[in-house]
Design a binder for this molecule. Structure first.
Ligand code: PLP
Ligand code: COI
Length: 342
């Protein structure tokens, strides 16, 4: 295998053309055989429900090249299940887990030369999409669906990698509401948050931290990741009906327990902002990103030394990435090797 000619150690988190993507259609009550194609465009009916009624959901997962050269997925089954939950919530056709796995394996094999080498710090980001594809003008669910998976080699989501970022609490704009769709991964949630995220970036922050829409009192999450804080040997992370159940967070809660921390998943009030020792963001793209400070109503709450990740955050990051990169044992069976031939 000749590796793609890329500077893998300095990749941005961005789309890059690869060799193939894979597509399956749900028509007449059944999924088609998947088709690999190099075409980066899709042809959809202009009245497809994904285009005007928002029947569009997606996932994000990463695959990693291990020290032994084999490629592994991280918690693929959880991404498959979450896509099914998103589909059910938006009355879309759920993708069977086996089909999801087959799609990821086939598209990764077809793009083997784009999998960043072990040690580069980069990974192959996998983006499954599910789109309502039949023409409807009345508000109703689509009869047909397109399930598409593309990949792109990526570096860190925030430019500096494992370097602390500054967040600002957003009070005006809500990303999601209780009873809404904030707990599933649909494109509309990201559209709802764009103004907030761009506004924060304009002010020099990396991202916003949303509050619960009802009381504006409890921390929800950031625009692209879950949130946690460390205090008194305790890992504290919000529970809320309007945040995405992060698979990274689920994993890190386990690693925190393994480190002897207590784990609290509960409503986290903004009144606690001044009490945290460390804070961080959690996500497939964000991995664990240390939070240097949170600005709320004009006060900047700084966690630890500026520019330095705290000790608990650093240890959690090491443990998580060692499993993802195949350096450490995987006691919970989170990783799966992608067979070389399907
Ligand atoms: N919250 C939001 C809004 C996200 O977009 C993501 C990214 O997927 C996450 C949380 C983190 O979820 P996960 O760890 O499953 O990637
Ligand atoms: C992910 O972490 O996979 C996401 O989908 C977040 C996205 C905003 C890049």
């Amino acid at each position: 295998m000749e590796r793609a000619d890329l500077d893998f150690a300095h990749l941005p988190f961005a789309y890059r053309k690869t060799d193939a993507n894979i597509r399956y259609w749900f028509r007449d009550g059944a999924w088609t055989e998947g088709e690999l194609t190099s075409d980066e465009t899709i042809t959809l009916h202009m009245a497809s429900t994904c285009l005007h009624y928002g029947q569009e959901i997606f996932e994000g997962l990463k695959v990693f090249e291990r020290p032994d050269g084999r490629i592994q997925t991280f918690r693929l089954d959880e991404n498959a299940k979450r896509l099914q939950r998103s589909a059910r919530k938006l009355l879309m056709e759920p993708v069977p887990e086996d089909l999801f796995r087959e799609a990821v394996h086939r598209v990764v094999r077809a793009n083997r030369r784009f999998v960043p080498p072990y040690g580069s710090g980069a990974s192959l980001y996998v983006r499954p999409l599910l789109l309502g594809a039949s023409a409807e003008v009345g508000v109703k669910p689509s009869q047909e669906y397109l399930f598409l998976v593309f990949v792109t080699p990526v570096g860190p989501y925030y430019k500096a990698g494992f370097e602390p970022v500054r967040l600002i609490v957003e009070e005006e704009i809500d990303r999601a509401a209780p009873g809404g769709v904030g707990d599933v991964k649909c494109g509309g949630n990201y559209a709802a948050g764009l103004r907030a995220t761009m506004g924060a970036k304009d002010k020099g922050y990396s991202e916003v931290l949303y509050l619960d829409a009802r009381e504006k009192r409890y921390i929800d999450e950031s625009g692209s990741s879950n949130f946690y804080a460390i205090r008194d040997n305790t890992y504290i992370t919000p529970s809320s009906p309007s945040i995405l159940p992060s698979i990274t967070n689920m994993s890190v809660r386990q690693l925190a327990r393994d480190m002897g921390l207590a784990v609290e998943q509960r409503p986290v009030s903004v009144d606690e902002l001044g009490t945290f020792e460390e804070a961080g963001c959690l996500g497939t793209a964000a991995v664990i990103t240390p939070v240097e400070s949170i600005t709320y109503r004009g006060t900047e709450y700084v966690y630890g030394k500026r520019g330095e990740a705290g000790p608990v955050t650093t240890e959690l990051y090491k443990r998580l990435t060692a499993i993802q990169w195949g350096e450490a044992e995987d006691p919970y069976g989170w990783t799966e090797i992608i067979p070389e031939e399907g």
